[in-house]
Design a protein around this ligand. Structure first.
Ligand code: GDP
Length: 475
């Protein structure tokens, strides 16, 4: 059944093994109980080893998470020791500092969670208050939200991993020289220096630091995959390599009751009666220099050429003449109202050559990306989730908003070309080859310092992304 995913739905036998206390979820997180009513049966079953790793992780989180004696003691030890060697901390922590838009933040939280599981660290997420109400707590009877009284809330004062790596004179393998807290920046920056994060020597060094603060906006799972010991664990956990986010995303990100209410309402009103649901995610990265007509051309050439949407029947002025036509519903997500409106008007009361009826709905049009705005984030999360419930997905290249929808839904989307700078000619849209998000900035050096020229021939199961040059993803 669909319940064989990692959602902690207590009605399913396989999921019952994924939650340590199913009864406690039933009152607190409605989406956990109800999501299977909206999702198709899952073809991807979690491996027993993944379930085992998650059970172990949950035990660790319960024992060492916030509001426990172990947490207080460990933090006290970490604060009071200047280096890692004198540290008797009982638990090790990984503080995730997700940055940028919500899609970026969600893919980086999932990658950081995998890193926490692989390194036996407790994951705590430094959410802004505008994100507190988006998700249910993933770990039962505990919290993943970094407490406000966390001693290193202001992480800018924490020593950086980069200075340690760059400062060769310090002898980076000396445990005595390591601090008890390190800040690691895996964010996409213009001139990102290679941090050798994937290398054994780095991971050996980092394993001696009890508290890591990791800032990222990236899905760095492929970098973990490039490390031989993580690689063998990931391979055991995920029998299908392109389901890492699919499983971890569904395990971590359950819409809060507030967001679930919005999702259900929209779904029941507009999507539930459709024979086929088409999700169309239109992300215009440079709206000032991107003509709307070019975007519309791009959308229509992709959807009509690939028969995702039918052509209008210009010979027939009588719409909906035959009985029992099938209904296609298009869910448009965009910051701009015009795209949904144009498409809606195009199909409204018109006959199509296939005889299908096409209805178009857009859930919101926020005009521009907003920061620190709770309702704005709720809408974004609602829309990513609704897209993930569609049967067919068309997303915009390089958009992490689209990545979340595609991976959560277990869908290989059609990728719209990323329009910028007055482009009016563009290649046809392509079908993606994997469910996974793309890692935009993979490491560019081998651990011996040589430049990596070709990922694919060196790292089996990594492939260049279709939608982002230099990006890689798991296949
Ligand atoms: P990316 O920039 O496309 O990779 O996606 P992100 O999610 O990281 O950042 C874009 C942000 O802009 C989102 O998180 C939303 O806040 C906002 N946004 C962009 N597109 C949409 C959309 O279609 N619907 C809504 N509600 N918000 C959007």
């Amino acid at each position: 059944t669909s319940n064989a995913s990692l959602t902690n739905d207590p009605t399913s036998t396989s999921n019952a093994s994924l939650t340590n206390d199913p009864t406690s979820t039933s009152t607190s997180c409605i989406s956990r109980l109800q999501s299977h009513l909206y999702r198709k049966p899952s073809p991807h079953k979690p491996s027993p080893y993944l379930i085992y790793k998650l059970r172990n992780y949950e035990e660790l989180h319960t024992r060492c998470g916030p509001n426990t004696r172990a947490y207080r003691r460990s933090m006290m030890n970490i604060v009071n020791s200047n280096n890692s060697s004198g540290n008797a901390a009982m638990c090790k922590y990984l503080v995730c500092v997700p940055v940028n838009g919500l899609g970026n933040q969600m893919i980086s939280i999932a990658a950081t969670f995998l890193y926490a599981v692989l390194t036996d660290r407790v994951l705590l997420v430094r959410f802004g208050e505008d994100k507190y109400h988006l998700f249910c707590e993933p770990f039962l009877n505990s919290t993943w939200i970094l407490p406000k009284n966390f001693p290193f809330w202001n992480y800018k004062l924490v020593q950086t991993y980069q200075t340690i790596i760059l400062n060769k004179d310090r002898g980076i393998n000396s445990k005595q020289d390591l601090p008890s807290t390190l800040f690691l920046n895996l964010q996409h920056t213009k001139n990102h220096p290679d941090k050798f994060f994937h290398c054994h020597h780095s991971q050996h060094l980092l394993s001696n630091v009890p508290l890591l603060i990791l800032k990222s906006d990236q899905y760095f799972v492929p970098a973990l995959f490039m490390n031989p010991s993580f690689n063998s664990e990931i391979t055991k956990m995920f029998r299908e390599r392109d389901t890492v986010f699919y499983h971890l995303g569904r395990y971590l990100f359950h819409p809060s009751n507030e967001v679930w209410g919005l999702i259900r309402k929209f779904y029941e009103e507009h999507l539930s009666k459709a024979d086929e649901r088409i999700g169309l995610q239109i992300r215009v990265f440079a709206p000032d220099s991107t003509p709307q007509e070019a975007v519309m051309d791009l959308i229509l050439s992709c959807t009509i050429k690939n028969k995702l949407l039918p052509e209008l029947d210009t010979q027939n002025s009588m719409p909906y003449t035959t009985k029992n036509q099938s209904l296609k519903v298009v869910l448009v997500t965009s910051l701009n109202e015009e795209y949904g409106e144009n498409l809606r008007k195009m199909y409204e009361n018109k006959a199509t050559v296939s005889g299908e009826v096409v209805r178009v709905y857009q859930a919101s049009h926020e005009e521009h990306q907003k920061h620190h705005d709770k309702m704005h984030n709720m809408k974004a999360w609602m829309e990513m989730y609704l897209l993930s419930l569609c049967d067919v997905l068309v997303t915009t290249s390089a958009s992490t908003f689209g990545y979340v929808a595609q991976s959560l839904g277990g869908l290989r989307p059609w990728l719209l070309y990323k329009l910028t700078n007055n482009a009016t000619h563009f290649p046809a849209c392509q079908r993606d080859f994997s469910l996974e998000p793309c890692y935009h900035i993979p490491p560019n050096h081998y651990c011996n310092g040589n430049i990596i020229k070709d990922y694919v021939s060196t790292f089996l199961y990594l492939r260049g992304c279709n939608d982002f040059s230099n990006g890689v993803k798991l296949v």
